[in-house]
Design a protein around this ligand. Structure first.
Ligand code: CS2
Length: 501
C-alpha cells in the first residue's frame, strides 16, 4: 500500500474529491451538474449499479443529458444515505482475467429511500421529465404468485396498499404514480422490469394492471391499455457488496467508498424496443434492441440462473461456499454439465444469433472467475420465487416433449433438503425467502422424513402448479432423490445419481 494513502488520510469519494483520485480510476467524463433526471429506478442494489447505471453513464457521457437516474431503495435508507454523502458517486470494480478496472459511475442524479422519502419519490415519478421507471426489485418485489405470475392479492403489502396505506409495495407505488400522472394530464412513463422473471414486462403489466383495477376499474383499463411494459433480459454477475470490497478500494486505490460494487467483465442487455416517451440510445452503449426478447430471457433464466440455483443448493448443503468453489468441485461440475445438456439447453427455443451450447461453455468460464466471490447462500435466497421460472418451467417443457428432466428433479430435492436449515457438516444457516416461515414450518413438521417433507412442500400451490403435480414420475423421482440426499449426504447421493443415470 502507498503510505500516503493510508485510510487515516484517505479522502471519501465525492464530486469535489474526483480530481484527487488516482489517474488509473476512470471518472465521469461529463459535467454532472448539467444532468437532468429522466429515469426513476426502484431497487438500488449492486446489480443495477453494475448494469443499468453503467449503460446510462455511457450515454450521459455521450451528451444525452436528459437521462440521469434517481435511484430509490424500496426497503432501507442505509445505501441511499451512503451514496448521498458521495454525491451519488460510487466505484465499480470490474474484476477479470486482465486484472481490475476501476470506474466511478456518475449516472445517479439523486438517491431516495422508501418509506422515508415516499412523497419525494412520488413527486419524481410524476415529474413529466421522468419518462422511464426501471425496476430491479427481485422476484419477490412483484408480490406475485410465483407459480401463476398473477398478483398475490393476499400479500400483506398489497392488502395494506389496497386498504389505502402507503403505498409500500412496488405495484402500489407504480399505480399511485401513474394515477397522479393521469390526473395531471401527463402521459404515463414506460415501466422497464429488469428482473429475472420470464416475460418480465408481460408479468409486470399483468400485476400492475390488476392492482390498478382493484383500486379503480377504469384506472386498471388505463394501465392495461396505455402503459408500455417492454420485456428485457439483463445479465451481469454481481455479488452483494462486502466489507472486503470497501477495503479493496481503500487498499488498491487509496480512497474511501462506502458502497462500491464488484462485478465481472461480461455484461449483456437485450431490450424490447417499445418506449413511447423515448429512451437513451442504450444500443450505442452495447445493449441489443430486439422485437422479441423471450428466447434470450429463457436462455439466460434457465441456463445461467437455473444452474446458479443448482449450485446454490448443492453448495449450501455440500459445503461449497461460492459459485467458484462449486463449479470446481468435480461432482458438482459434472452435474451442472448434465443439467445443461439434458434438461436446460433442450428446453430453450432457438435464440437468434446464439448457439446455446456455446453460451453454457462461456457461462462455465464466467463461473470460474476467481475474483468474483459469489456466495451460494446469497443465491439460495428466495427459492420459492426462483424455482418456478428457472427450473420448474423448463421441467414442464421437457415433460411435454416426452423427456424426463431427471437433473432438475435432483435440484428440487436439494432445495427441499436445504430448507432443513443445516449443511451436511452441521453448519446452520437462515432461510431467506418471503415464504420462509411457511417453508420452515413444513420442514420442521416433517421431522426430516423425505416423504413428509416432499408432500408438505408439494402442497405449496404458489410454487408447484397442478401441471407439475400431475407429473407423477417426476414427483416420485424428487422424493427418491430427497431420500438419498437425506440418508447419504449430498456428495454421496450426487455421485450415485451421476453413476446411475
Ligand atoms: C443469481 C443472479 O442471485 C441469483 O439468484 O442467479 O443474481 C445472477 O447472478 C444474475 O441474474 C446474473 O445476471
Amino acid at each position: 500500500m502507498n503510505p500516503d494513502n493510508t485510510e487515516a488520510h484517505a479522502v471519501r469519494l465525492s464530486q469535489a474529491a474526483l480530481p484527487a483520485l488516482p489517474t488509473t480510476v476512470e471518472k465521469p467524463a461529463y459535467a454532472r451538474g448539467s444532468i437532468l433526471p429522466g429515469i426513476v429506478h426502484l431497487g438500488l442494489g449492486a446489480f443495477s449499479r453494475a448494469h443499468l447505471a453503467v449503460y446510462t453513464d455511457d450515454r450521459l457521457a455521450a451528451g444525452e443529458t436528459g437521462w440521469g437516474i434517481v435511484g430509490v431503495d424500496p426497503l432501507s435508507a442505509a445505501l441511499p444515505d451512503a451514496l448521498a454523502a458521495q454525491d451519488g458517486l460510487y466505484t465499480l470494480l470490474v474484476r477479470g482475467a486482465e486484472g481490475t478496472r476501476a470506474r466511478v459511475v456518475g449516472s445517479l442524479a439523486g438517491v431516495l429511500a422508501l418509506p422515508r422519502d415516499l412523497e419525494a419519490v412520488l413527486t419524481q415519478m410524476v415529474d413529466p421529465r421522468t419518462r422511464i421507471v426501471t425496476l430491479t426489485v427481485s422476484e419477490k418485489g412483484y408480490c406475485q404468485d410465483a407459480a401463476t405470475g398473477e398478483l398475490d392479492e393476499r400479500h400483506p403489502a398489497i392488502a395494506a396498499d389496497l386498504a389505502g396505506g402507503g403505498p409500500t409495495s412496488v405495484p402500489g407505488l407504480l399505480v399511485e404514480a401513474l394515477r397522479r400522472r393521469r390526473q395531471a394530464g401527463t402521459p404515463p412513463f414506460t415501466v422497464l422490469s429488469c428482473d429475472n422473471l420470464s416475460e418480465n414486462g408481460i408479468k409486470a403489466r399483468r400485476i400492475v394492471s390488476r392492482f390498478a383495477a382493484l383500486r379503480d376499474p377504469e384506472l386498471g383499463r388505463f394501465v392495461h391499455e396505455q402503459v408500455a411494459f417492454p420485456c428485457t433480459m439483463v445479465d451481469r454477475i454481481t455479488p452483494a457488496t462486502r466489507d472486503e470490497d470497501r477495503d479493496a478500494v481503500a487498499r488498491e486505490f487509496g480512497y474511501i467508498d462506502a458502497w462500491p460494487v464488484v462485478t465481472e467483465p461480461f455484461s449483456q442487455w437485450v431490450i424490447e424496443d417499445r418506449f413511447p416517451l423515448g429512451r437513451p440510445a442504450w444500443e450505442k452503449a452495447g445493449a441489443t434492441l430486439v422485437a422479441d426478447v423471450l428466447p434470450f430471457e429463457l436462455m439466460k433464466l434457465r441456463c445461467l440462473n437455473g444452474s446458479h440455483s443448482a449450485m446454490a443448493y448443492l453448495g449450501a448443503i455440500g459445503g461449497q461456499e461460492t459459485v467458484f468453489a462449486a463449479i470446481r468441485d468435480p461432482l458438482v461440475n459434472r452435474f451442472v454439465h448434465r443439467l445443461w445438456a439434458e434438461d436446460l439447453v433442450p428446453s430453450v427455443p432457438p435464440v437468434p444469433g446464439t448457439d446455446v451450447t456455446q453460451y453454457t461453455a462461456a457461462l462455465e468460464e464466467r463461473f470460474r472467475n476467481p475474483s468474483i466471490r459469489h456466495l451460494t447462500l446469497q443465491i439460495s435466497s428466495d427459492g420459492s420465487q426462483k424455482l418456478p421460472p428457472r427450473l420448474l418451467e423448463p421441467a414442464l417443457v421437457r415433460l411435454g416433449a416426452g423427456a424426463f428432466p431427471r437433473c432438475i428433479a435432483f435440484v428440487i430435492a436439494a432445495w427441499m433438503r436445504f430448507l432443513l436449515g443445516r449443511s451436511d457438516a452441521g453448519t446452520t444457516y437462515a432461510i431467506a425467502d418471503p415464504m420462509a416461515a411457511r417453508l420452515a414450518a413444513i420442514a420442521a413438521a416433517s421431522g426430516g422424513d423425505a416423504g413428509r417433507l416432499a408432500s408438505g412442500l408439494f402442497a405449496v400451490s404458489e410454487i408447484f402448479t397442478p401441471e407439475i403435480l400431475g407429473a407423477e414420475a417426476f414427483k416420485t423421482e424428487i422424493v427418491s432423490d430427497l431420500h438419498a440426499i437425506l440418508d447419504q449426504g449430498v456428495a454421496t447421493a450426487l455421485a450415485a445419481f451421476l453413476d446411475a443415470n
